[in-house]
Design a protein around this ligand. Structure first.
Ligand code: PMP
Length: 364
């Protein structure tokens, strides 16, 4: 045991945190970073200038606490989401990770269970342990798909208090049909289960893929979580948000820290949303690179999963760690998600994608 771990173990840490590893994809400094599903396109000039001007204006008022209700931001997010939503339906926090954490603080906790379907976003179990919520899992099919029937059965068997459905799912990339969300919601009626659909990657879905936003009307236990970190290319600003019934946002007001969204964050996000069209213009390009990765990996004899996101999960890799290392040696960082025979790569710019594909072709 390392000295540091031994010292940590002497502290009165909560039992359910003992032995846990912090979340952390490697943050390495290499030329081509395709490991954490960021939007690798730089912000358009006009947008970063507008953000800088908004931040400068906000800086003059930094002696005061920010708008605790971030009303302007909630209005802008509701306008962006459409579907008849208003600011009453919208909540935001520092990244969708914090949004999810607040949901678990309000609806999870000791004696309560969170259900999810691995392989899925690796933060869910950590958010559960951080809030002392039990984490339970339901099974996917061998091709990592999830049927409405299997998902509903897992809800009934676990009697979960909270379910997270990730769609498009990280790390596999594939979106769920709304039938799965509806079935989970219905199965959860008996246990008053809160159902979260994590749509962090929704903007990258194939045209016609429906969003769970369509189901919100009349479903007060349903929450759709989104982020500005991916399609909006704003990961560094830390803005995530959700849409739900107004009573859900009231519940989150009970657990949020006062003034949790800084004036700088609010100004940044509102300015970005004012320029949503320019920011989202790169989404089509990223989808094109994503589809190119899927088709070229297939040509290489690998097995990419169908992707509705800005990344591709692929199988058929005989030695994932060696391939990961071989790419890194050439300055291309992708993600080994720890699933045998598989790796995950973010779709970058055309040049980044080419660098990845060229090197991969040499390695497989
Ligand atoms: N959900 C999913 C599925 C993700 O992949 C991520 C980021 N990797 C997040 C939520 C959190 O993103 P953020 O906190 O930047 O909004």
């Amino acid at each position: 045991m390392s000295d540091q771990l031994e010292r940590l173990n002497r502290l009165p840490l909560r039992d359910n945190l003992r032995g846990l590893e912090p979340y952390g994809a490697p943050q390495l400094h290499v030329p081509v970073l395709l490991n954490v599903n960021e939007n690798t396109h730089p912000l358009p000039d006009s947008v970063h200038k507008a953000i800088a001007a908004a931040v400068e204006a906000a800086a003059t008022g930094l002696n005061r606490y920010p708008d605790r209700e971030f009303t302007q931001l909630r209005q802008a997010l509701a306008r962006y989401l459409g579907h008849g939503l208003t600011e009453e339906n919208v909540w935001a926090a520092n990244g969708s990770n914090e949004v999810l954490q607040q949901i678990l603080q309000a609806f999870g906790g000791p004696g309560r269970r969170l259900l999810s379907f691995p392989p899925t976003y690796s933060m869910y179990p950590l958010l559960a342990s951080g809030t002392d919520t039990e984490y339970v899992t339901g099974a996917r099919s061998s091709d990592f798909s999830l049927t409405a029937e299997a998902a509903a059965r897992a809800v009934r068997e676990s009697a979960a208090n909270i379910v997270i459905l990730c769609s498009p799912n990280n790390p596999t990339g594939t979106a769920l049909g709304l039938d799965v969300v509806e079935a989970v919601y219905e199965a959860g009626a008996e246990y008053n289960t809160m159902v979260i659909v994590d749509e962090a990657y929704a903007e990258f879905a194939h045209t016609g893929t429906p969003s769970a936003l369509e189901l919100l009307q009349g479903r007060e236990r349903l929450i759709v979580s989104r982020t500005m970190s991916k399609a909006f290319a704003l990961a560094g600003a830390r803005v995530g948000y959700l849409a739900a019934a107004p009573e859900v946002t009231d519940a989150l007001r009970l657990v949020r820290l006062p003034y949790h969204l800084s004036a700088i964050t609010q100004a940044t996000a509102v300015a970005a949303l004012d320029h949503a069209d320019a920011l989202l213009a790169n989404v089509e390009d990223i989808k094109g690179q994503r589809d190119r990765i899927v088709s070229e990996l297939t040509d290489m004899g690998l097995r990419p999963a169908p992707s509705d996101s800005n990344f591709v999960f692929f199988g058929g890799v005989s030695n994932p760690h060696a391939v990961w290392q071989g790419l890194l040696d050439a300055g291309v960082l992708i993600r080994d998600v720890g699933i045998p025979g598989h790796l995950r790569v973010t779709a970058g710019t055309e040049a980044e994608t080419t660098a990845f594909l060229n090197r991969l072709r040499e390695l497989v």
